[in-house]
Design a protein around this ligand. Structure first.
Ligand code: HEC
Length: 158
């Protein structure tokens, strides 16, 4: 009894904290939220998912683990890359401690090129993962990582 009440309370507390921190469950296929404010929360959650996924890939490369499970995840990264241009609408420049730089809106064409470059790199990473070739996967991982860095350098605050 005491325990279940505690669990219930703890669950509510976690949900409240997640709300306060502006966390949202990442899902690259879920529909775009309706307001710019919600879109900031949505994009941050999906970028965080991508960062975590990229970290898991790095660990697998370092430990020599099987890379085939990353075929689907790299494909999700490519899906996310295609959606990047849609998750920076006008009106989402500020709020929720966004690190998006104003250059995204003033230099849109280059920003979208950087997103497309990630899309190409991630799609290839997916193909390579499916073959199970660990060396080729590690090489393509570097190409994808360079695509992250190229965009962050010009379009994300440190
Ligand atoms: C086309 C540009 C672009 C590319 C490509 C890109 N990012 Fe980002 N990334 C951003 C921007 C802009 C933000 C800041 C978003 C915000 O705070 O609203 C961001 C934020 C993040 C964050 C922080 C999320 C959080 O917790 O708020 C992580 C982690 C991240 N990116 C990882 C990656 C990884 C890993 C890659 C490559 C696999 C990548 N990004 C590729 C532009 C990009």
């Amino acid at each position: 009894m005491v325990l279940s009440r505690f669990c219930l309370r703890a669950g509510v507390a976690v949900a409240l904290m997640a709300g306060a921190a502006g966390l949202a469950r990442a899902d690259v296929n879920s529909p775009l939220p309706g307001t710019p404010d919600e879109i900031i929360v949505f994009r941050k959650a999906n970028y965080k998912w991508m960062g975590d996924t990229f970290g898991d890939m790095k660990k697998a490369i370092e430990s020599g683990a099987d890379v085939t499970p990353f075929a689907a995840k790299a494909n999700d990264m490519a899906t996310w890359a295609k959606r990047i241009p849609t998750v920076f609408p006008v009106g989402s420049e500020t709020g929720h401690e966004t690190k998006a730089l104003p250059t995204i809106w003033s230099n849109r064409a280059v920003f979208e090129e950087r997103a497309a470059a990630l899309g190409t790199a991630a799609a290839k990473l997916s193909t390579v993962a499916a073959t199970g070739d660990k060396v080729a996967f590690a090489d393509q991982y570097k190409v994808a990582g360079a695509a992250c860095g190229a965009c962050h350098r010009d379009f994300r605050a440190r």
